[in-house]
Design a protein around this ligand. Structure first.
Ligand code: HEM
Length: 458
């Protein structure tokens, strides 16, 4: 085999083709970690009771309004065969809609009211009413994940647009804080607006993620086809899109939009599951940032290591993502090392720098998220409010901010460590050619911007 620096000459071309094919097949026509159409407003009549129960939640769920357990036990006392029979014939959009409604009802049942009673935090087994447990279990099995709310069902499919109806076409770049609303809100004013802004911030982040993915795939293709100048341009665009995504995150989750005390007391508690779902002894977490696809895609292509606890959570998080999204990420995992090898191969400082800029932008997202997350968790200190993500932070944590900061700092350090050495550094005495060891250079003239490369060849 013609091997030059860690991968055969044909391997990058094959990798680029595989990424393009999976991007087009597995991320739908929008090429994003978002539903292909505006989530539906309606379901077939036999399933409508789930939507109308969701609509009643704000009147019942906030503490002092009676809680939802007894009411949902009455409403869904029977595992209706009509409902079960309807599930196999649903379209993908209808399944997503039903899954969101069942997850909203399941999670609000699990906590009964917000703020939850202390006893709820101790519960590890939840006896759902048969009319919720039956269809939710069947649907979760058909989606290939445990019966628990996910980032996909509770955030990324739980929205509507103000200017068009469910099922309508949209473009990710059309979504904004002005036209995206939460489809099912379970809180009353004024807390409902804080839940809406927190949850839709995941949607807006993945909407920005569409541009990130486009340039990421563009860069992989340019590298795979040995077009370094084009790769430099794609990496520059990728860097710009990543910065825009971080700005979106930081604009949508800040004191002025999501009040930290309201978030901690009223918004956050419903999201963790923190109990068994189906498998006895296995406590399921619920939705989490570790199920955000665009960040996982960047980690895979940029070659960020997987040793930290947050990296391990991301691996577990895949289990809760839609199967086609998992396939796309798996493809990126496989081609990531080839991409790095190709960047090394060109020995072109500009290309290496642009690649490293993207790694720095990912580390910068992580710094911003860490600072923001700590601000929200810190609000709980001394108030008795209990925060748990069910993953990094448990209710028994004495110092959730320290736990969070430690885990996030380790992930950021792991991200920064993925940077490649420049050509000059890699030639220095005792240089550690991070990620490039033993790789032969690309053919002369391969990178027109490579001053370093030209002088090195003399
Ligand atoms: C309100 C403030 C927030 C807090 C306190 C917070 C907290 C956390 C925690 C504790 C984790 C570790 C995983 C877990 O235990 O679930 C995490 C991970 C993550 N969160 Fe957040 N989060 C917040 C808001 C957000 C938002 C709005 C987004 C995206 C729109 C987001 C994106 C992520 C991502 C991508 C990860 C994976 C970690 C990484 O790859 O570095 N977070 N977050």
């Amino acid at each position: 085999m013609d091997r030059q620096m860690g991968c055969s000459v044909a391997e990058p071309v094959r990798a680029a083709r595989r990424v393009r094919a999976s991007y087009e097949a597995d991320l739908g026509e929008l090429r994003a970690f978002l539903p292909g159409r505006v989530p539906l407003d309606e379901l077939p009549p036999v399933l409508e009771p789930y939507l109308s129960a969701c609509a009643q939640l704000p009147a019942r769920y906030p503490a002092g309004n009676g809680g939802v357990r007894r009411w949902l036990e009455r409403e869904f006392a029977r595992d209706d065969p009509g409902v079960r029979n309807a599930i196999p014939g649903l379209s993908d959009a209808e399944r997503d809609r039903l899954m969101t409604a069942l997850s909203v009802l399941g999670h609000t049942f699990r906590w009964d009211c917000v703020p939850p009673a202390p006893a709820r935090f101790e519960e590890r087994h939840i006896s759902l009413p048969p009319g919720l447990a039956g269809p939710w279990t069947a649907l979760a099995r058909s989606c290939g994940h445990p019966r628990v709310g996910t980032t996909w069902s509770l955030h990324l499919c739980n929205w509507a647009m103000t200017d068009r109806s469910g099922g309508a076409a949209y473009r990710p770049e059309e979504l904004s804080a002005d036209n995206v609303r939460l489809a099912h809100n379970w809180l009353l004013p004024p807390a409902d607006a804080h839940l809406e802004r927190f949850s839709t911030s995941f949607v807006l982040m993945e909407a920005q993620g569409a541009a990130v993915l486009r340039h990421l795939v563009g860069a992989v293709e340019a590298l795979g086809c040995h077009r370094p100048d084009e790769a430099v341009a794609s990496l520059e665009q990728l860097h710009g899109a990543m910065k825009a995504m971080t700005i979106t995150f930081s604009r949508n989750v800040r004191r002025a939009t999501v009040d930290p005390a309201t978030w901690l007391e009223m918004v956050q508690p419903t999201f963790p599951w923190s109990a068994e779902a189906e498998e006895p002894g296995r406590v399921e977490a619920g939705p989490s940032g570790s199920q955000v696809g665009t960040i996982q895609a960047l980690d895979a292509v940029l070659g960020v290591g997987g040793g930290s606890s947050v990296a391990q959570l991301a691996k577990v998080g895949r289990r809760y993502m839609p199967v086609p999204h998992r396939r796309f990420l798996q493809t990126l995992d496989e081609v990531g090392p080839v991409v790095r090898a190709v960047v090394c191969r060109f020995r072109c400082d500009e290309l290496t720098e642009r690649f490293n800029d993207c790694i720095a932008a990912l580390a910068s997202f992580r710094s911003t998220h860490q600072a923001r997350g700590a601000q929200y968790l810190r609000t709980g200190a001394g108030t008795g409010a209990r925060a748990s993500t069910g993953l990094t932070i448990g209710v028994e944590d004495d110092d959730p901010v320290a736990t969070f900061n430690g885990a996030m700092a380790a992930r950021r350090a792991e991200t920064e460590a993925a940077s490649l050495a420049s050509v000059a550094q890699s030639r220095g005495p005792g240089a550690d050619l991070t990620g490039c060891a033993g790789m032969a250079p690309a053919p002369p003239g391969a990178c027109s911007r490579a001053t370093e490369q030209r002088s090195w060849r003399r």
